[in-house]
Each structure stands twice: as C-alpha cells, then as structure tokens.
Design a protein around this ligand. Structure first.
Ligand code: GDP
Length: 535
C-alpha cells in the first residue's frame, strides 16, 4: 500500500475493478476481447462480438443499438489474470460509448477504481475521449492509457504524448515505447521491465515474443532490431527520459499521471503488458465515500451500492437486475442484507456474476466485485445495502435533463400502462419522468436526443405500447429544495411550472433561464439545482 491505510486481505487486494473509456472505433471492443482471451475467459477472441450479436438479434431495440454501432446498456465482466506476482481478479465494467448516455457512464464510473483510456494512434485525443476523461477527472480516477492501432500509420509518439498532456492536463509517462511506425512497426521496448516485445503479424491471437534485455546497450537488441530503428529507439528513449516524468505510483493513483502503453489490440500486441500494468499498479479496491462515515474495503461487514439498474435484460422474463458494487467485506450467497433506504431486510439468494458475458450464480463476492441482483423494483440507483448499519454511499448524482418532451400513449386508454412503463425507465435511470401538477400526461427528460428513440422503441417492445413524443413547452428542469414553508409558498404561486419526479421530489420546469434567475431573486430560501444526489 502506498498510503498508510491497513493492508487489505489478499482476496480483496488481488481485485482490480476498472472501466474502459474511448472514442467510438478506437478499439474498446477489440481490447475487451483480448482481455478476456488472456484472462482465459474465452477460448477464442471474437466470441464477445459473436455472443453479442446472437443476443442482439433477440429484439429490435438491440438491432437498433447494433445499427447505430453503439452500446446502450452497460454490463460487468469478471475474469482472472495471472502474472509472476499473483492471480488477479479483474472486474471490467463496460461503459456505453455514445455521448447521449453520459449520465449512465458517469454512474458506471462511480463503481470502478480506475479507467483505461484507449486512443487511436492515428487520431490521438478525440472528442468523446476528452468528455469521458473529464468525468474521470471529477472523481480523480487513476487512468492508464493504451495507444492502439500502432500497426497502422500513426502519429509521432512525442506528438501523441504532448497532445494528451496539453488537452487533458495530465502528466504522461511511457510504460513502453514503440519501435518503428506503421508497416515498419515491429514491437515495443518495455520500459518498466527492460524487455523487447516483438509483434507477430501472422498470428493475431498470440502473445508477443518477449526478450529480456539488459538495458539499451545489451547486444541482444541488435539481434532483433534493425540498426536504423535501434538508433532511433535509443535517441527517443533518451529524449523521453529527459522530457517526461518517471512512473510515480502515487501520482498515478491520484490521477495526475497516466502511464501509456503502445500496442495493437487486434494483433493482441501490448495487451498483456497493459494487463500487467493494471495488475501491478492499478489500484486495489478503494475507500468509498458514504454518510455518516466512509466505508473501507477491509471492513469485515458487507456493504455495497447500486450504480445501475437494468430492466428487462431478458425480454422473456420481466426481470430487473440491480448492479451492486461491493464496498466492503466478504459476501456469501443467501446473506440477508439491510436495504438502508427502506430499512427492510433483503435475502440475496440469486446474485449473479457476469463471467465473460454468461451469467452465473455468485456464491461469494469480495469488496471490489460487481454482482447483479435480480429484483422486482425494490432496488434503485444509489441504494446502499449493509449488514444493518445505516450507511448511505454518496456521490452518485442525477443530472438535470437537457432535453424535455411530452409523451402520450397512442391509445389514450393505455395511460396507466404508460405511467407504469415510464416509472420503470425512470427507476432504471434511462430517463427522467416528470408528472406536471396541472394537466395530464408526462414530461420525459433525457440528456441526448437519441434516448427518446431508444425509449420509444423499448416502450413499444417491452410493454407493447406505441407512444408518441411531442414537443414540450418546457426546456429546463431544476430540483426544488429549501425551507418547507418557502418551498410551499413557491410551489403554490408557480403551479403551472411545478411537477414531481418518480421519487416524488419537486421539480421546477421552465423554458427560460430568466425564470430560474428570477426564482433565485424572489425566493432566496428556495434552491433550484441541476443535480440531485440519488438516494
Ligand atoms: P470500439 O468502437 O472502440 O469498440 O472499436 P472496435 O474494437 O470495434 O474497433 C474498431 C475498428 O478498429 C474495428 O474494425 C477493429 O477491427 C479495428 N481495430 C481494433 N484494433 C485495431 C488495431 O490494433 N489495429 C488495426 N489496424 N485495427 C484495429
């Protein structure tokens, strides 16, 4: 351990829970496949996609997801990775890549201890990389960087590193250094372990040949690297040593320094070194902020929090799965935990773990793990489960939607049915649903326009209910809080703007920023806020 916290029990210390962030097409799916391949979770790379496709054909909604090349729903996968130090348990939490799903992504990132940023060596830092990076920054998440597609023409390495340092304001330290570019790319020099890793272009699923080297003057280097490239490598590495900081594990953990590996996911190259990096440097399960006290992973009592709810994962069974990040302790199947919000006990008898995209019963789980709990709607995003103590995990926000639309059932007699469907999606976190205090109907709020389409097709598919979204007179929503009397007075005189969200909290709807400013002026005891803590 780097700080002065107690050492974690070995079962917890060997866990690495992380997400991959990237711009679409940078290679996240390919890298995930290779992780699973080297984790021994699947026999052949390509199965993630193949399985994904088999699953996707099950519904039009999924087909839409596929058409648009986006992944709407996030899931978690667990697999083991062994190196000379230990056998590690990796929990990879998938983040939806499309910018319309940033809120979901944000919540996903509350459940991980680190993120891997994948960038395309030819494109550098792209818009979505930047956005996701900023979300990680809000939480000071440690970031490990993988510069992919080095088998193709890519940018100059110093230029890539510069761009990351400039655009993302984070220090970069090379963990490996590429030798040659594009067609002349032959492999990398592993700076952390003084090894030469040579890429095999013929066998894409093979781990690179690794040659131990005794520093840059080792004659063995010349046996494998053509002279011109070797000279360049020596020069570049010398420059890198002068210009770039060394790997400082503490700075990495604080999120101010990112180590970068170069590789080619499709050629399985550099992936193992990256996995080694996560294993050796990637943080162990971290302390979780909570009220009234924070939760440490080594505590013997079990606790965890829901960061995602996915409804109707299997259209045949109307199930919902709440994804729980274990914050502490050693969970065993069948345990009774307290659902802190309702103070009710819950027997967790069928928890699932997602081992390489197949669900399995989770007989046990440790701090750091992610388990899925099938339930009928009791569990919501932000909920905490404990062995009895009234703890509430904090920092899982709900953002005010940026787009609002009215929604109506095609068949007016189905209004109640629609309400039920909308409430489910609201609880799942897929949309905000507001019931205006005057008039009928609902207003749905989302972060990105695509979500309306996804919702419409899901409501039709999962509830057999054709719906119409239509323009709403409102464009902004703000949660209302403050002194009760002041809030009552405010809602009474602004009825046409007032609605309630699915939790029953009061929401002020408007189309003018001017209105929001006016409220601040006229009602000093009332607060309008654009985020609300999920609880
Ligand atoms: P995602 O959108 O980030 O999940 O990206 P994918 O993993 O689906 O990859 C996007 C495209 O880049 C696919 O056609 C991959 O085959 C290709 N790709 C992934 N990794 C590499 C690589 O290392 N080199 C090359 N040349 N292509 C790659």
């Amino acid at each position: 351990m780097l700080d002065n916290r107690p050492e974690l029990p070995p079962e917890i210390a060997r866990r690495r829970t992380f997400a991959i962030i990237s711009h679409p097409d940078a290679g996240k799916t390919t890298l995930t496949e290779k992780f699973l391949l080297f984790g021994g979770a699947i026999q052949m790379a390509g199965q993630v996609r193949a399985k994904g496709e088999a699953r996707r054909t099950r519904s039009d909604f999924m087909a839409m997801e596929k058409d648009r090349g986006i992944s709407v729903s996030a899931s978690a996968m667990s697999f083991d990775f062994s190196n000379q130090n230990n056998t590690f348990r990796f929990n990879l939490v998938d983040t939806p890549g499309h910018s319309d799903f940033s809120e979901d992504t944000y919540r996903t990132l509350t459940a991980v201890d680190a993120a891997i940023m994948v960038i395309d060596g030819a494109k550098g830092v792209e818009s979505q990389t930047q956005k996701l990076f900023e979300v990680c920054r809000l939480r000071d998440l440690p970031i490990l960087t993988f510069c992919n597609k080095m088998d193709r023409e890519s940018r100059d390495v110093f230029e890539i590193i510069d761009e990351i340092q400039e655009n993302l304001a984070i220090d970069v330290t090379p963990a490996s250094w590429p030798i040659g570019i594009g067609r002349d790319f032959i492999g990398c020099y592993d700076i952390l372990r003084d090894r030469l890793e040579l890429m095999d272009r013929a066998d894409r699923n093979k781990v690179a040949e690794s040659i131990e080297i005794n520093g840059l003057d080792d004659p063995k280097l010349a046996e494998h690297v053509p002279e011109a490239q070797l000279t360049q490598l020596r020069e570049e590495l010398e420059m890198a040593r002068e210009l770039l900081p060394p790997l400082d594990a503490e700075a990495m953990l604080q999120g101010t320094l990112t180590p970068i590996w170069f590789g080619s996911a499709i050629n399985s190259f550099g992936v193992k070194e990256l996995m080694d990096g996560i294993a050796n440097y990637g943080p162990e399960p971290q302390v979780q902020s909570a009220e009234p006290r924070q939760i440490s992973p080594e505590e013997s009592k079990v606790s965890g929090f829901v960061f995602k709810v996915q409804a109707n994962m299997d259209p045949k069974h109307r199930d919902r799965v709440a994804f729980l990040r274990m914050a502490s302790g050693h969970f065993k199947r069948g345990m009774k935990l307290t659902h802190v919000r309702s103070k009710k006990p819950m027997a967790i008898s069928n928890p699932v773990m997602f081992l390489a995209s197949d669900r399995e019963l989770a007989e046990e789980a440790w701090a750091g793990d992610i388990i899925g709990i099938p339930n009928h709607g009791q569990l919501r995003i932000g909920d905490t489960l404990t062995e009895g103590e009234a703890l509430r995990v904090t920092g899982i926000p709900s953002f005010a939607p940026e787009l609002l639309q009215g929604v109506r059932a095609g068949d007016p007699l189905k209004a109640k049915h629609l309400e039920k469907a909308l409430m489910q999606f609201a609880e799942e976190g897929a949309a905000k649903v507001f019931k205006p205090s005057i008039g009928s109907g609902f207003i749905v709020g989302v972060v990105g326009a695509l979500q309306f389409e996804v919702l419409a097709s899901r409501i039709e598919l999962e509830y057999g209910l054709p719906v119409r979204f239509e323009q709403s007179q409102f464009t902004s929503a703000r949660w209302v809080s403050g002194d009760k009397q002041a809030v009552d007075k405010f809602t009474e005189s602004n009825k046409q703007h007032i609605s309630h969200d699915h939790d029953g909290d009061i929401v002020y709807l408007t189309r003018l920023q001017w209105d929001i400013d006016r409220v601040a002026r006229d009602y000093p005891d009332v607060t309008l806020s654009a985020t609300k803590e999920m609880m």
